[in-house]
Design a protein around this ligand. Structure first.
Ligand code: MG
Length: 159
């Protein structure tokens, strides 16, 4: 038994915030605005996993009105989603995701993102693929107003 889910998220880039993507802090003059650490990649991944489980979305599980989630590392949110997945009898088959950002250059950081996401998912890194693209300066990502991410996850029933 396999289940598939997709996720999408976008956050604004603002001065005075750290840029955290895939659980990795990246040196940049702006960072993503949000109630949590605003890790747009991990939010898209959480939504892909929740979608595959038929469990709604990240906003339902982790509302931005919850003061306990203010500034929280999204790796902790991903770990909670993975615990839900495990509790429902599924494991990650594979995960593919893309970050859409004009700047900064993300390819040097992708191996570290992959390792952190794999650890949070209890999976070997070979089951995780992370990509990054620009939009050739088109749209809000191209104007560096924000960063978006998309993810697709395939889950397999355990046993
Ligand atoms: Mg988000």
């Amino acid at each position: 038994m396999m289940r598939i889910g997709c996720g999408y998220d976008a956050h604004c880039l603002v001065a005075g915030r750290p840029l955290i993507l895939g659980g990795v802090q990246i040196e940049h003059e702006t960072g993503l605005l949000g109630h949590s650490d605003a890790d747009v990649l991990l939010h898209a991944i959480c939504d892909a996993l929740l979608g595959a489980l038929g469990e709604g979305d990240i906003g339902r599980h982790f509302p931005d009105s919850d003061p306990a989630l203010k500034g929280i590392s999204s790796l902790l949110l991903l770990e909670r989603v993975v615990a839900l997945m495990t509790g429902k009898g599924y494991r990650l088959g594979n995960l593919d995701a893309v970050i859409i950002a004009q700047r900064p250059r993300l390819s040097p950081h992708i191996p570290a993102m992959r390792d952190r996401i794999a650890a949070a998912c209890g999976a070997i890194p070979e089951r995780i693929n992370i990509k990054a693209t620009t939009t050739e300066k088109l749209g809000f990502e191209g104007r560096e107003e924000g960063i978006a991410a998309q993810a697709v996850a395939l889950l397999c029933a355990v046993g």
